[in-house]
Design a protein around this ligand. Structure first.
Ligand code: ATP
Length: 511
């Protein structure tokens, strides 16, 4: 565990030191769970977004993109269910001033009783040895049955109270169970309140006539409300998809783990509209497709796994997460949801406009079903960045820190380094950059010994270093050094672009 925490700390400090991610408004001590992308971070983020966009929009004939506004008509969020259901029950402890999710406090209490059951089971297993039958034990042992009954009663009551929005009873339950603040041990609680995760804002000049708006908590609704516009103007035939990337905002109650859970973040979503009855097939297909896309980045198949949901959201008939092994364990990276016709139907009802597809073959129209793929760009950034940051032991006994970003995503593709700061070498280096910069991001570095400059580029994630030396003046050749293998080769200046292009070609990565 300590090792994992150390690794995560390293990731965070490396991201700052090498100009990838800064805390937002750091000079004012920062803003919690809000981050800025720095000079290298913005390039990496843009490249990841582009890699997703090309795979979705450019490589699929039946998927088009849009860029909807962050502000949307407030009825959107009524229709989508976010006004009523996108909230968590909150409770504050008056002494510690700490805020908790009331349902989580109660669930944690039940988890403790569950541990007692586990203890009884392992005690009995020891006592009975080989003759032990767990199933029989937990269904007949008086003490275990008592514990289980207690858990069931508590959770049933909690579920009912939440469903009926009886928050007073949720508080009563916390008091009856004598649940204390995990931090202070105090049982001095406030009332339970529903806390909607949407950020509210206002549109309009004067307070009286201003309209209440929300910052969108997901990008998906911008796609649904544009379904008919895109379908008609793009003459799209079912099945087809609409892709979008953009900011989303959630007032997360507990936000930590760096850019894993932010209050302002970016999503990359694709809503795929299908004929009712075919959704399961498409859901399976998109699960496979999305995993394949992730694997194309070469971060290692062992780092991904599916987590199929048993408890489904109100709009879904199937859902799964692609989880990634972050420095703090396997966690959700992307969600794939079979959203049924819930959203389009709800928008039809609230807007009075038809959101249907007319099938010329059968002469009927229907509300399409939707399969959604939704990945957090920032979370993906964290997955790629943390997986790429490696410390290697070298043959000469030294170590190097290297950021092995997939070369196609690296912020700077080529560093050009004159061996010396004089004798015409810097001029040649600049001329090389002047030529390469139209196609690749480049950087120039003449400070320190060449070995140190290589290390700096390794830590920065730059896949190619080009070194200009005296021989360059004679025969127009340079040394190319590859970040991952540290291999060095003598090549003609005129071959640099070809070599780099080949390595970072979309076709090579996305094939
Ligand atoms: P979680 O369970 O982690 O809160 P979620 O199930 O609410 O996530 P979705 O609503 O399915 O997430 O959003 C799709 C994707 O958006 C997630 O898989 C994740 O990558 C990203 N995402 C969601 N919330 C955040 C956040 N607060 N910060 C960064 N990324 C987020």
């Amino acid at each position: 565990m300590a090792k994992q925490e150390d690794l995560f700390k390293k990731v965070i400090s490396h991201a700052k030191e090498y100009g990838y991610i800064f805390q937002s408004s750091e000079i004012y001590d920062g803003l919690s769970a809000v981050y800025d992308y720095a000079q290298n971070g913005v390039e990496l983020k843009k490249n990841i977004r582009n890699y997703w966009w090309k795979a979705m929009v450019q490589l699929n004939e039946n998927i088009v993109g849009i860029d909807a506004a962050i502000f949307m008509h407030p009825t959107t969020w009524k229709a989508s269910g976010h006004v009523d259901a996108f909230s968590d029950p909150l409770i504050d402890n008056k002494d510690s001033k700490k805020r908790y999710r009331a349902d989580v406090l109660i669930e944690d209490y039940c988890a403790k009783i569950e541990k007692k059951i586990d203890k009884e089971v392992s005690k009995a297993a020891k006592r009975f040895g080989d003759a032990f039958n767990k199933e029989e034990f937990i269904t007949t042992n008086g003490r275990v049955l008592g514990y289980q009954k207690k858990i069931d009663t508590i959770l049933k009551r909690l579920g009912k109270s939440l469903e009926n929005e009886n928050l007073a009873d949720v508080k009563a339950l916390i008091e009856e169970l004598e649940i204390a603040c995990p931090l202070s041990g105090s049982k001095n609680w406030t009332d339970v309140k529903q806390f909607n995760l949407m950020f509210g804002t206002k549109l309009g000049a004067d307070a009286a006539s201003a309209m209440d708006l929300y910052l969108r908590p997901e990008t998906a609704q911008g796609i649904f409300v544009n379904f008919a516009n895109v379908q008609k103007t793009g003459r799209m035939k079912i099945p087809f998809g609409i892709a979008q990337t953009g900011k989303a905002f959630r007032n997360e109650i507990v936000a930590r783990q760096f850019i894993f859970r932010m209050r302002e973040f970016e999503q990359m979503e694709m809503q795929f509209f299908v004929k009712p009855g075919t959704q399961t097939e498409w859901y399976k297909k998109w699960k496979e497709e999305r995993l394949k896309w992730h694997l194309s980045l070469g971060l290692g198949a062992d780092n991904y796994r599916f987590h199929d949901h048993e408890k489904l959201a109100h709009y879904a008939d199937a859902a799964a997460d692609i989880e990634f092994k972050f420095p703090f364990g396997f966690k959700e990276l992307e969600g794939i949801h079979s959203r049924t016709d819930f959203d389009l139907k709800a928008h039809e009802e609230h807007s009075g406009k038809k959101l249907r597809f007319f099938d010329h073959e059968t002469n009927t129209n229907y509300v399409p079903y939707v399969v959604e793929t939704s990945v957090g760009l920032d979370r993906l950034f964290l997955a790629i960045f943390s997986n790429s940051l490696q410390t290697e032991d070298l043959e000469d006994g030294s170590t190097r820190v290297v950021l092995k970003l997939p070369s196609i995503l690296a912020p700077i593709k080529v560093a050009v380094l004159p061996l010396l700061k004089k004798e015409g070498l810097p001029e040649i280096a600049h001329r090389i950059i002047d030529d390469l910069k139209f196609d690749f991001t480049t950087t120039y570095d003449e400070k320190d010994a060449i070995g140190r400059r290589y290390r700096r580029q390794d830590a920065n994630g730059t896949p190619f270093c080009i070194t200009v030396d005296h021989q360059t003046k004679e025969d127009n050749t340079v040394t190319i050094r590859y970040r991952d293998t540290m291999l060095q080769e003598r090549i003609a200046i005129s071959d640099i672009a070809t070599i780099v292009s080949k390595e970072i070609a979309f076709k090579k990565w996305l094939r």
